[in-house]
Design a protein around this ligand. Structure first.
Ligand code: SF4
Length: 367
C-alpha cells in the first residue's frame, strides 16, 4: 500500500466516521485558532459548550481585541491555564494591528503563545498549507504504523513523526488529512485497546502485524508524585473573601492564604503563625471546615481548610491592601484582594480555590 493509497483510505474513513464538532464546520482562522487553544489540556466534552459561548461573546478577532482582559478572563473562567486566554487576547490585538491573520506557519508562530502544533493546525485547516500537525495522537498512530518504540515526548521523535506524516498530509485538503490522523488516534488507535479491526491503516501497520500495538511507542516513565500537606485559611472582610496571589501551587493564581505544613507540625499552628506575615492581620479564632485533595501535574496536595475570624486590622478598612514590605522575620507580605465570590471569575484562579470556597459554602449551610 503506497503512501497515497494510505492517505486516501484515511481520508475516506475520516469522512465516514469523524465526530461532528463545531470547529470542523468552519474555515475561519479565528474560530479554528480558538478551538486549538482551548483544546490544549482540556477535553472535547468540556471545550464544546465553552467554545460556542466564547464565540458568542467574542465572535471575531476584532471583538476579542477590543475586549478588556478581565472580561476575557471571566469568559475563560473554569478552563484553567489562564496564560492561554491572555495570549489569545494579546495575539488578537497584534493581529488587528497587522490587518489580519498571517497565512504561513512562520507568521503564525510569531504570535504570543502559538507553538508548532497550533501554527500547523491553523495553517493547514484555515489556509490549506500542507504542514503536518503533530500531537500525542499523531505520534502514537505513526509510531505504531512504522513500529517505532521511541520516547513519544522526545524532540527527535517529534521531528521524525513530522517527516513520516508529511506524505500523508500533502495533497488536497491537508487540514482534513491532519484532522483524520488526529481523529484516528482519538477514536481508534487509542493508548489502550486500539480497535485495529476497524482501522483504515491496518494493512500497512507494523505494530498490528507484530500483534503488539500497545507496546508502541515506548511508555514514558511515570514521575513519582510528590505528596504535600497544606493549610488554607478562608476569611472574609466586610463580606468579601480575602485572597492573595498564589506562589505555592499555580503561580499567579488567586487563592486564599495557603501555607506548607512541614512534617510533624500541626496545620492549625502553621496557619496561626503564618497568617500575620501574609495578610497583615492576626487570627482571632478559627474553625476547621474539612480536608480536601487537589493535584497539579505530579504534585498531590492534602489541604486542611479553616474558617478564620480575624482580629480587627487597619487593613480591614481597605479593599486593596498592599503589604509587600519585609516583616521582622524576613518574609514578604503579599498583595491582598478582597473580592465578592461573584467577582472572582474575572481573575486568574483555579480548581483549588473553587474547592475551598465550595467547602466553605457547604459548612455555612450546615450552621
Ligand atoms: S492498525 Fe491498530 S495499531 Fe495500527 S494504526 Fe491502526 S489502530 Fe493503530
Amino acid at each position: 500500500m503506497t503512501d497515497a493509497a494510505l492517505a486516501r483510505a484515511l481520508l475516506a474513513w475520516y469522512r465516514r466516521r469523524s465526530r461532528d464538532l463545531p470547529w470542523r464546520r468552519t474555515r475561519d482562522p479565528y474560530a479554528i485558532w480558538l478551538s486549538e487553544v482551548m483544546l490544549q489540556q482540556t477535553t472535547v466534552e468540556t471545550v464544546t459548550p465553552r467554545y460556542r459561548r466564547f464565540l458568542g461573546r467574542f465572535p471575531t478577532v476584532e471583538a476579542l481585541a477590543a475586549a478588556r482582559e478581565r472580561d476575557v478572563l471571566a469568559e475563560w473562567s473554569g478552563l484553567g491555564y489562564y496564560a492561554r486566554a491572555k495570549n489569545l487576547h494579546r495575539s488578537a490585538r497584534s493581529l488587528v494591528r497587522a490587518g489580519g491573520f498571517p497565512r504561513t506557519v512562520e507568521g503564525l508562530r510569531a504570535l504570543p503563545g502559538v507553538g508548532a502544533y497550533t501554527a500547523a493546525a491553523v495553517a493547514s485547516i484555515a489556509f490549506g498549507v500542507p504542514e503536518p500537525v503533530v500531537d500525542a495522537n499523531v505520534v502514537r498512530v505513526l509510531c505504531r504504523l512504522h513500529g517505532l518504540r521511541l520516547d513519544p515526548k522526545a524532540s527527535p521523535t517529534l521531528r521524525r513523526v513530522r517527516e513520516l506524516a508529511r506524505p500523508l498530509v500533502s495533497g488536497d485538503e491537508p487540514g482534513d488529512r491532519n484532522q483524520a490522523l488526529m481523529e484516528l488516534g482519538a477514536l481508534v488507535c487509542t493508548p489502550r485497546a486500539p480497535r485495529c479491526g476497524g482501522c483504515p491503516l491496518r494493512a500497512r501497520c507494523r505494530a498490528n502485524a507484530l500483534g503488539a500495538a500497545e507496546r508502541y511507542p515506548r511508555r514514558p516513565k511515570r514521575k513519582v508524585p510528590t505528596n504535600l500537606r497544606l493549610v488554607a485559611g478562608l476569611a472574609r472582610r466586610r463580606g468579601r473573601v480575602l485572597l492573595v496571589k498564589d506562589d505555592e501551587i499555580v503561580r499567579g493564581h488567586l487563592t486564599v492564604p495557603l501555607f506548607r505544613v512541614p512534617a510533624r507540625h500541626r496545620p492549625a499552628e502553621v496557619l496561626r503563625k503564618g497568617w500575620n506575615d501574609v495578610t497583615g492581620g492576626a487570627v482571632g479564632a478559627f474553625e476547621p471546615l474539612g480536608e480536601l485533595r487537589h493535584s497539579v501535574l505530579d504534585r498531590r496536595y492534602v489541604v486542611s481548610v479553616f474558617a478564620v475570624e480575624e482580629k480587627t486590622t487597619s487593613a480591614s478598612l481597605h479593599l486593596f491592601h498592599d503589604a509587600r514590605h519585609r516583616t521582622s522575620r524576613g518574609r514578604s507580605r503579599r498583595r491582598i484582594l478582597l473580592l465578592r465570590e461573584s467577582e472572582i471569575a474575572r481573575h486568574e484562579h483555579g480548581g483549588l480555590l473553587r474547592k475551598i470556597l465550595a467547602l466553605g459554602s457547604r459548612a455555612s449551610r450546615k450552621v
